[in-house]
Design a protein. Structure first.
Length: 205
C-alpha cells in the first residue's frame, strides 16, 4: 500500500510538472509574439502587429497585451474588434488602473457603432427600389391638332353643306336685289331642295 501511494504521488507530481511546462511554453510564445508585435508597430506594419498581439493575448492574457492589441485595432479603425478587446480587458481585471480608461473609451466606441448602424439603416431605406411603375404621361393634343380634327369632323357632316348651300343662295339673291339685275328672280317662298340627303327650304327675303 505504501509503494502504491508513492507511485500515485509521483504520477500527480508528474502531471503538475507537465501542466507547468505547458503554461511556461504558452507564456514564452506569448512574450515572443508580444515583442514581435511591438517591433512591427515601430515599423508601421499595423496588420502584422495586430496579429501578433492577438495571438499573445489569446495564449496568455494580460492587461499589457490587451492594451497593445486594442491600440493596434484602433490604428486600423477596427472599431468593433477594439470594443470587444476593451470589454475583455475590463472582465480580465475590473480593478486595474487602466480599467476606467477602458470603460470611457468603450462608451465612445459604442456610440460610434450605434450611429453607424442608424446611418446604414437610413441609406437602406432611401435606396430601397419601388415596385410601383410610374404612370405613363397622358397625351395632350396640341391646339392645331384639335382644331384640325374638329374641322374635318364638321366638313364630314351633311348638314354643314346644306347650310353652305342656303347661304350661297341667299347671297346671290341679295346681290341681284341690290344691283337690280332682271336676270335673277326672287326666290319663290317655300322652295325646297336637297343637298347630300339633307332637305332644306328657301324662304322669301
Amino acid at each position: 500500500e505504501t509503494t502504491a501511494g508513492v507511485e500515485t504521488a509521483r504520477e500527480t507530481t508528474a502531471g503538475v510538472e507537465t501542466a507547468g511546462e505547458s503554461t511556461t511554453a504558452e507564456e514564452t510564445e506569448a512574450r515572443l509574439r508580444e515583442q514581435a508585435g511591438r517591433l512591427a508597430m515601430q515599423r508601421g506594419e499595423l496588420e502584422e502587429a495586430r496579429a501578433d498581439f492577438a495571438r499573445a493575448f489569446a495564449l496568455a492574457p494580460t492587461p499589457a497585451r490587451g492594451w497593445a492589441l486594442a491600440d493596434a485595432q484602433g490604428a486600423l479603425l477596427e472599431t468593433t474588434n477594439q470594443a470587444a478587446t476593451l470589454r475583455a480587458l475590463i472582465d480580465l481585471d475590473p480593478s486595474h488602473e487602466r480599467a476606467p480608461e477602458a470603460r470611457a473609451r468603450l462608451v465612445v466606441l459604442d456610440a460610434s457603432l450605434a450611429s453607424a448602424e442608424v446611418e446604414t439603416a437610413e441609406v437602406d431605406t432611401t435606396a430601397a427600389p419601388t415596385t410601383d411603375a410610374a404612370p405613363a404621361p397622358a397625351e395632350i393634343a396640341t391646339p392645331t391638332e384639335t382644331a384640325g380634327e374638329e374641322e374635318r369632323d364638321v366638313c364630314d357632316e351633311p348638314w354643314f353643306w346644306a347650310i353652305v348651300a342656303v347661304a350661297a343662295v341667299g347671297l346671290v339673291v341679295t346681290a341681284s336685289v341690290l344691283t337690280g339685275d332682271p336676270g335673277v328672280q326672287d326666290p319663290i317662298p317655300g322652295t325646297a331642295g336637297e343637298v347630300d340627303g339633307v332637305v332644306y327650304t328657301l324662304v322669301a327675303w
